[in-house]
Design a protein around this ligand. Structure first.
Ligand code: 48F
Length: 263
């Protein structure tokens, strides 16, 4: 290999590049059309679809990594499954998969491959991401969810006595709860007696996926639910390690948002 000479850039220039670009983007996204809380399969899918339709969309994720439960099929095994017709979304994302043995309509794909393709698709479409950022609360104007209150994950993870740092607010026309089983945004409304989440039901794969998609909707003015947050809100059965409904529900959440925004 020939000697490689990198451009002569100093430490301070690198720091300035990070700070300046982050601040510019953050300032731009302090007000946005849609905020998605949770960067798992349903949130990423909703973000991709919204951004592809020209909607200004920000995904908030408390972890450093995106993808939620989509990196693993289940039980620490990195093969994920989808049931028909969700393989069409794998086609759209360019994820290779195969039908499992003689079980018609059950497809298997490599989870890291599928997850990285979905993350790339959301970014390529133009969705912006704030990772290491945790939901602290909702912004509520005239009984409508109008944004989120967030803090750095590192700050929210520390005990109150040593991290008394006020969070900041981001305004949006709509918020999508894509926080999975936690249904974190829904819980903020429940804490105030504004709605009652039914809690997740027991496992029943055959019913669960259709029901999650069917119930993907605006749960409270300004708040749309998608993915497993739908199950937690409506008391639907869980589905375990199969992901078709997460992808289809993310698509439907984007459609609901687009209709509400009148785009
Ligand atoms: O859990 P997650 O993958 O939710 P999903 O999109 O998909 C569920 C499936 O993975 C699986 C299943 C069915 O296939 O049962 O579990 O509904 O992704 C949720 C994301 O939200 C983030 C969390 O780190 C994860 O990446 N999240 C959760 N609470 C918060 C949050 C919060 N308070 N603030 C920011 N991010």
């Amino acid at each position: 290999m020939k000697a490689v000479e990198f451009s002569p850039v100093s430490e301070s220039q690198i720091t300035r590049a990070i700070v300046a670009e982050f601040a510019k983007e953050f300032e731009n996204y302090v007000e946005t059309e849609v905020i998605i809380v949770g960067g798992g399969p349903s949130g990423l899918m909703a973000g991709k679809e919204l951004a592809a339709s020209g909607v200004k969309v920000l995904i908030i994720e408390r972890n450093n990594y995106l993808g939620g439960g989509f990196w693993l099929g289940g039980f620490l095994m990195n093969k994920l499954t989808v049931r028909s017709p969700a393989e069409r979304i794998l086609d759209e994302l360019g994820v290779p998969y195969k039908e499992y043995g003689k079980v018609k309509g059950l497809y298997v794909a490599d989870a890291p491959h599928a997850c990285s393709k979905l993350i790339a698709a959301a970014c390529d479409a133009g969705a912006k991401i704030l990772n290491m950022t945790a939901l602290d609360d909702v912004v509520l104007h005239n009984e409508k969810v109008s944004g989120v209150v967030v803090n750095w994950t590192a700050v929210s993870a520390l005990p109150r006595e040593i991290a008394c740092v006020d969070p900041v607010s981001l305004e949006s026309k709509l918020v999508i709860d894509a926080t999975g089983h936690d249904a974190s945004v829904v819980k903020k409304l429940e804490e105030r007696g504004l709605l009652k989440a039914k809690g997740q039901g027991a496992m029943w794969v055959e019913r669960s996926e259709d029901l999650v998609v069917e119930h993907t909707s605006e749960l409270y003015p300004g708040l749309i639910v998608t993915g497993m947050a739908v199950s937690a809100a409506y008391g639907l059965p869980r589905m375990g390690p199969t992901f078709g409904a997460m992808l289809v529900s993310g698509k439907k959440a984007a459609e609901v948002a687009i209709e509400k925004l009148g785009v």
